[in-house]
Write a protein that binds this ligand. Structure first.
Ligand SMILES: [Zn+2]
Length: 431
């Protein structure tokens, strides 16, 4: 079989199985095997790290309807180059993914042109309008992996409570963008001294803290897991830490930009540093890092949010929120967290494998024998400079040009085939 191979000489890290050892990894007929097939090709990965394929819980593929920003072909190519073998697509497309027909449409498009696995989430409310609940059972049946109104969130506690109860009834996890709109008031960046100096509208961390607090209370009431997206404030992290100590099934993710950047970046990079929740203070950034270090935050997710240069050119106040992240996340976080001494390499790998696997109760994210051969190969020491113009994504909106990083993705296998490779002599579907 074409894909039979042995990845030889690498350091294999598989957090879900407690593995961190020098060993070979055998792939036969697209699956992980205990023994090599007789015809297996030997691939030398000595000096490299071999991990379960990374899973990104938070990606905007922009299809259907916004393919001038990104589509499933370009977005999944960016994912493969960024080390991801599975991405969870957010439902804030045009139209939004709020019914089974659109879930099916996305899966049809993914079968045609995706180079990594696409897992589609469904909207909690019709039109993501926060007024009327979507048909959770129908979305689950169509294959939605979670429910979220990402980009916004349900504003009233009563409707959120009912949404979580319905999600529980059909067995779908709830993931939530936490923002009280009456407090955030569409502020373009974090409220505070930098916003004042720039003369730009601000939104306080209170907007996030209120909804995180509400969600913890709804989680306690229902017992159903709620995953907090892109957590960004010190107080929200303290709330999640306390809730988890109490044993509540609350989980949280951090985005690379909240790990690496602060509101000061808005002054230097304008709209390319605009996202929601906004970049916060240095104290908040340190709290995100502390949350990762003690396991309060178990997932790193890109919140890959492509927008065109034209859309971003209208200035910080009016530009759409969000930056691309799929092709920068691993390099940025290896540099900041692993080389920065915050996380061990296995703990970092867990935030992209065992962590997201647990949140969505996925079958993916391990190197267990018999599992599909989704594998990510890293060089944790390669020094390089980020150039967004080289990204495979259709959009380049981010403040990372010229950033020096240590560590990068060398190859990505999906079902035992190279979706991306920079390994010598191996061609990936994405160059
Ligand atoms: Zn969001």
């Amino acid at each position: 079989m074409q894909g039979d191979m042995i990845l030889r000489g690498g350091r294999v890290i598989d957090p879900a199985n407690g593995v961190d050892a020098a060993r070979d990894l055998c792939i036969t007929a697209g699956r992980l095997a205990a023994e090599p097939a007789p015809t297996a090709r030997v691939v030398d990965v000595s000096g490299l790290v071999v991990c379960p394929g990374f899973i990104d819980l938070h990606v905007h593929l922009r299809e259907p309807g916004q393919t001038h920003k990104e589509d499933i072909a370009t977005g999944t190519r960016a994912a493969a180059a960024g080390g991801f073998t599975a991405v969870v697509a957010m439902p804030n497309t045009a139209p939004p993914v709020d019914c089974p027909e659109i879930v099916a449409q996305v899966y049809g498009l993914a079968r045609e042109k995706a180079v990594v696995r696409v897992l589609q989430s469904g909207a909690l409310t019709l039109g993501r309008a926060g007024k009327e609940l979507s048909d959770a059972a129908a979305l689950a049946q169509a294959g939605a992996v979670a429910l979220t109104d990402d980009g916004t969130c349900i504003q009233t506690a009563g409707l959120m409570l009912e949404a979580v109860r319905r999600a529980a009834a059909v067995g779908l996890p709830v993931i939530d963008h936490c923002e009280d709109e009456s407090v955030a008031r569409h502020g373009a960046m974090n409220a505070g001294a930098v916003a004042q100096r720039l003369g730009v509208s601000g939104q306080p961390g209170l907007a996030e803290d209120l909804i995180v607090c509400r969600n913890i209370l709804i989680c306690r009431e229902t017992g159903w897991p709620i995953h907090i997206q892109h957590i960004s404030t010190a107080f929200s992290i303290a709330l999640v830490r306390a809730a988890r100590r109490e044993g509540l099934p609350i989980t949280a993710e951090a985005s690379p930009h909240h790990i690496c950047l602060t509101e000061a970046c808005c002054a230097s990079h304008g709209a390319n540093a605009k996202m929601n929740p906004p970049l916060r203070t240095e104290a908040d950034r340190r709290a995100v890092i502390a949350g990762l270090a003690d396991g309060t935050i178990g997932v790193i997710a890109s919140d890959h949010a492509p927008h065109t240069a034209v859309e971003k050119a209208v200035g910080l106040e009016r530009a759409p929120a969000g930056i691309v992240g799929l092709e920068a996340l691993v390099s940025l976080c290896l540099t900041e967290l692993v080389h920065g001494g915050v996380l061990t390499l296995p703990a970092f790998v867990a935030t992209l494998t065992a962590g997201p696997r647990a949140v969505l109760r996925l079958a993916h994210g391990t190197l267990s024998v018999g599992a599909p051969a989704d594998v990510t190969v890293l060089n944790v020491n390669a020094e390089h400079v980020l150039h967004p113009a080289e990204f495979r994504s259709r959009s380049t909106n981010c403040p990372y040009e010229g950033r020096v990083c240590r560590g990068r993705v060398e190859g990505t296998l999906v079902d035992g085939e190279w979706a991306f490779s920079r390994l010598p002599g191996i061609a990936g579907r994405v160059g």
